[in-house]
Design a binder for this molecule. Sequence first.
Ligand code: AMP
Ligand code: GLY
Length: 421
Amino acid sequence: MKVGIIGSGGREHALCHAIKKSNKVDEIFCFPGNAGTNSIAVNVNLDISNFKSIEEYILKNKIEIIVIGPEQPLVDGIVDHLEEKKIKVFGPNKLASKLEGSKIFTKNLCKQYNIPTANFGIFENKEKSLKFLHNCKFPIVVKADGLAAGKGVYICENNKDGFIAVEEIFNGKFGIAKEILIEEFLDGEEMSFFIISDGKDIKKFGTAQDHKKVGEGDVGPNTGGMGAYSPSRLENELLDKKILKKIIEPTLKALKNMNTNFKGFLYAGLMIVKNEPYLIEYNVRMGDPECQTILPRLKTDFFEVLNATVNEKLNQIKLEWFNTKTLSIVQCSKGYPGTYEKNKEIKNLEHVVLNEDEFIFHAGTKIDNSRVFSNGGRVLNFVAKAESFKKSKSIVLNLIKKINWKDGFYRKDIGYKVIDE
Ligand code: AMP
Ligand code: GLY
């Protein structure tokens, strides 16, 4: 089979790597991919927002299944576009992708279906937002409605923070803002919970813990994710049941009532407060870097899982997992998530021999004349799988040392909640 993957991050390299292991897969194409995918797939340098050119390439090259990695093309309707041309796609359609594309859509859905989430209000202008903030209890969370790569969320400790948030959002920092979301601050521990669905059946697809802040000790600005581990330390059967019953099932029912369904990965960003799950946000795709920690734990042939999903036969698949702990550390360009330089050479990659429990997934990298250069904020994901998080982390740190890339930085405390040091 020929498989295509849309995207160019660490998540997409991990997807590519997992698909490659199947003996049913002959060739993989990555749109546009990175230096890591380049060694196991054909990188296709097309603009992924140009659905027509993607469609033409897929049809011309007889690619049989397309997997969509990132949120932007999903929210923009790539699945609807390709399915219209009878191409099999793994990912949700445009309407279902509103779960990630509009926080206000999701909050209203939560309200209508009694899904536990932080109490909230929606305000259509600066004056009304500021008036509300004037009388509210802090901390409080102010959010822009649309996609903002993890940046449109402000945790406000006082009126002044709230004022800045409202000003920035309504002044268009994250695109035209017709409305703003203000919500109660939930004090608990976060967990990323994943399911896979073919539109008919669902299966749990693991849990993970991301580290979103740039600084050690969870301080500083938010990033796409500086490292993760899987499974989450909060995972247990009773909590799983609550999440499925109170959050996931009513959401899928709501989509059904809108005459649609959900196909692909649904990622619930949860806050667990005293063993009770609250929905913070939905993402309509795998997490990055969560994906890099979840896929190495999957025992079942991943391509068969994707193939069954796009053919609405997920019920014929039994998902099996290794009982191991994975941890990933992301190495970033110095300056990220602010401004940083690109085109810094990364040497040593070809000298490091990885065993089957060690992985280096590329993110912002590119290849030029067989040499690898940085090409983004998050650059490399170092991942290991072992019997304990402590062991995984020590393997990861050792890999980072071997590559010894001087232009990058990483958080040394990834996994601090599950590792006693
Ligand atoms: P989001 O993009 O909605 O996931 O928000 C980014 C981050 O802000 C989350 O991962 C949380 O750490 C934090 N956050 C968002 N909403 C809340 C909330 N209601 N209470 C506490 N923290 C929140
Ligand atoms: N790691 C957070 C995300 O993928 O949205």
